[in-house]
Design a protein around this ligand. Sequence first.
Ligand code: FE
Length: 347
Amino acid sequence: MRRLFHLRLAALALVAGLSLPALAQDKVLNLYSARHYQTDEALYDNFTKQTGIRINRVDSDDAGIFNRLKSEGAASPADVVLLVDAARLWRAENEGLFQPVRSAVLEERIPAQLRGKDSGEGPFWFGFSTRARIVVYDKASVAKADVDQYEKLALPVNKGRLCTRSGSHPYNLSLFGAMLEHLGPEKTETWLKGLVTNMARDPKGGDTDQIKAVASGECAVALTNSYYLARLMRSTVPGEREVAERVGVVFPNQADHGTHVNVAGGAVARHAKNREAAVKFLEYLSSPEAQGYFANGNNEWPVVAGTKLNNRALDAFGSFKRETVPISVIGMNQVKVQQILDRVGYK
Ligand code: FE
């Protein structure tokens, strides 16, 4: 369909004696994305519809994108990089994989604490959506009061109950990095040792697997990002809503430092060849339309104030107290956290 359109344009251009390079088909944006959410397709298609810029997407996880950018160096075709974890964004910034962006649009829309370091020529990255790391539990066997703080997951009462994905997954590393800030190194090590002691099984699978394991009775308490639970709550797949209904939900630490919140964000790649299109794309991600996709499509919280929510799962979660540990601190704590995980045998 597009090709046909372009052929017609080309024919018209020839008839009119115009040259071809001005055609929109020349505009391409190379996107390296760690986002792997189905609803994002509509997000990208819409950008192409609005701007005529085609998106070439390379999908990988955060680590895969890191390795690729590093090995490609200055020859990298990447224009925009999307990552799904605060500490990874921080690390990429520090390892020189991004370039700063000065954009009045982005600086007006995105709160300062959800941007990368300002180099003097603008921040190195921008957050576009947030997600909470929450606790789900078996309502039949677990008292909410025993799991309403991250610290309590290490209590003896929770022995044999806990399921998580790998401790070294970015989502957990960032939560543990924030806890290191709250508790200090000794208490954090004791806490993580307690989590290992309380495991119902060795860490495995993704967050959705942990929720399902609680619903099936294999575990009684689990950690998950909020959007995975919201997805089950809104699912049309037979049985998935029942899974969500079977588990209790708690946003931990509401009485003190607040629930850990992570950020997904994007940046212009250091060696971007299509810089103008890359900035345009980041600005698009902060538009009401794109922010609506994050919220209503992927069940994340938008970062731009005033975004219209139409999502019964987010409504059910309601508002909550968010942790305020700076992203740079979480990023800097990662190495120490990994060392502790190795010492306590958190796989
Ligand atoms: Fe995820």
